[in-house]
Design a protein around this ligand. Structure first.
Ligand code: HEC
Length: 316
C-alpha cells in the first residue's frame, strides 16, 4: 500500500465525470451513517454525511474522540472528550493495491470534536484508519465504509447505521468549522452578479483553484494508475491559477509568497508528470496538498492556527 498523498478535504467531483446513474434501490441509502470504533481506551464516534455517497460526492466526516477510563471520571463520567489531539485519517481502497489518501483532522468548536472531508472517486468499500497518539501511547483503529454499495453490514464497527449513543452532535450537522460544503460545486453555487463578483477576487480565485484541483485529483486517482498527460495539463493550469492568485491584494502578509511557492510546486509536478516519474508525481502531489493547500487553510481559511510555522510536520 502506498501513500499517495494528503488531500484537502472540501473537494467535490462533478458527477458528470463519472456518468453517475441513478439506480432504483430496494432500501433508501441513509442520509447519515454513524459508526463507533475503539482502540483500548480510545473511542471514536463518527458521523458520515451522506451516509452512503456516490462516486464524486463529497463526504463530511465529523469525529468525536473520547477516552473511556477504567473508572468513570467524576466530571465526564464514562466518556471523556479528548481535545487538542492530532489525528490523521487514512482512507484506502478495498482492493489492497489501491491508493491511500491521508487527512489531518481539524478541530471543531466543540472540545473533542474533529472533522474532515473526502471525495470517493469509485464505487468501492473504503477503509478509514484513525491514527495518533494519546498520553504517550499510539492508537490506530479502523472501520469500513461503502461508496455506492447499499445495503452494507460492517462487522468492524461497534455499532452503525443508527444515531451515535450519547453523541453531543446535533441530529443533522449544521456544517463544519469551515465554510459549508456543497455536495456538488456546480449544483449549489449561487450565481453572482458580475459587479459583486469583481468585489471578491480571493474567494473566486480559490474556487477556481478548488475546481481545477478536483480535475487533478481525478487525473491522479480515478484510474488504476495516474494519467500522466492529464496530471501535466492539470498542474500547468494550477500553476497559472496560483500565479494569478499571488497578485491578489489581501491583508495576509504571507499570501502572495505562498501562492508563488505553490506555483513553483505545480511547475515541478508538471515536469515530473511530463517525464513520467510516477513516484515523484505522487510525493509532489501529497506535498502540495499538505504544505501547499492545507497548511495555509489551517491559518487563513479555518483559522485553527495562528501562523504557518505552527502546522505540524508529521505528514511530510
Ligand atoms: C496562501 C494561502 C492559501 C493557499 C496556499 C491555498 N489556499 Fe485555498 N483558501 C485560502 C483562503 C484564505 C480561503 C478563504 C477565501 C475566502 O472565502 O475569503 C481559501 C478558500 C479555498 C476554497 C473555498 C473557495 C470558496 O468557494 O469559498 C477552496 C476550494 C480552496 N481554497 C482550494 C485550495 C486548493 C485546492 C489549494 C491548493 C492547491 C489552496 N486552496 C491553497 C488560502 C489559501
Amino acid at each position: 500500500m502506498r501513500i499517495a498523498g494528503l488531500l484537502v478535504a472540501w473537494l467535490a467531483l462533478p458527477g458528470l465525470v463519472f456518468g453517475a446513474e441513478a439506480k432504483p434501490s430496494e432500501s433508501p441509502k441513509p442520509a447519515v451513517r454513524t459508526v463507533q470504533v475503539k482502540d483500548g481506551i480510545i473511542l471514536f464516534k463518527v458521523r458520515l454525511t451522506p451516509g452512503v455517497p456516490d462516486p464524486g460526492q463529497v463526504v463530511e466526516a465529523m469525529v468525536e474522540m473520547f477516552e473511556v477510563p477504567p473508572v468513570p471520571d467524576p466530571i465526564y463520567g464514562e466518556q471523556i472528550p479528548v481535545k487538542d489531539s492530532t489525528i490523521t485519517a487514512e482512507v484506502t481502497d478495498a482492493d489492497g493495491e489501491g491508493y491511500t489518501q491521508r487527512y489531518l483532522l481539524h478541530p471543531q468548536m466543540d472540545a473533542g470534536t474533529y472533522g474532515f472531508h473526502y471525495t470517493p472517486v469509485r464505487k468501492d468499500i473504503l477503509r478509514v484508519v484513525f491514527k495518533g497518539k494519546h498520553k504517550g501511547r499510539k492508537f490506530s483503529t479502523s472501520f469500513r465504509t461503502p461508496v455506492a454499495v447499499w445495503p452494507f453490514k460492517d462487522a468492524s464497527a461497534l455499532k452503525s447505521d443508527g444515531p451515535a449513543g450519547g453523541s453531543r452532535m446535533p441530529a443533522l450537522p449544521s456544517g463544519m468549522g469551515g465554510p459549508a460544503m456543497p455536495a456538488s460545486p456546480a449544483g449549489t453555487r449561487v450565481p453572482v452578479a458580475s459587479a459583486a463578483k469583481a468585489m471578491k477576487p480571493l474567494p473566486d480565485a480559490m474556487q477556481r483553484m478548488g475546481d481545477k484541483w478536483v480535475l487533478l485529483q481525478v487525473a491522479m486517482f480515478a484510474g488504476r494508475a495516474a494519467d500522466m498527460n492529464r496530471v501535466k495539463t492539470g498542474a500547468t493550469t494550477l500553476q497559472q491559477v496560483s500565479m494569478v492568485a499571488s497578485g491578489i491584494q489581501t491583508d495576509m502578509t504571507d499570501f502572495s509568497t505562498e501562492m508563488k511557492e505553490l506555483a513553483k510546486a505545480f511547475e515541478q509536478l508538471g515536469v515530473a508528470a511530463g517525464t513520467g516519474k510516477r513516484a515523484e508525481v505522487a510525493s509532489q502531489f501529497g506535498k502540495i496538498a499538505d504544505t501547499g493547500c492545507t497548511r495555509c487553510h489551517f491559518v487563513h481559511r479555518w483559522k485553527v492556527l495562528g501562523t504557518l510555522a505552527e502546522y505540524p510536520k508529521m505528514l511530510h
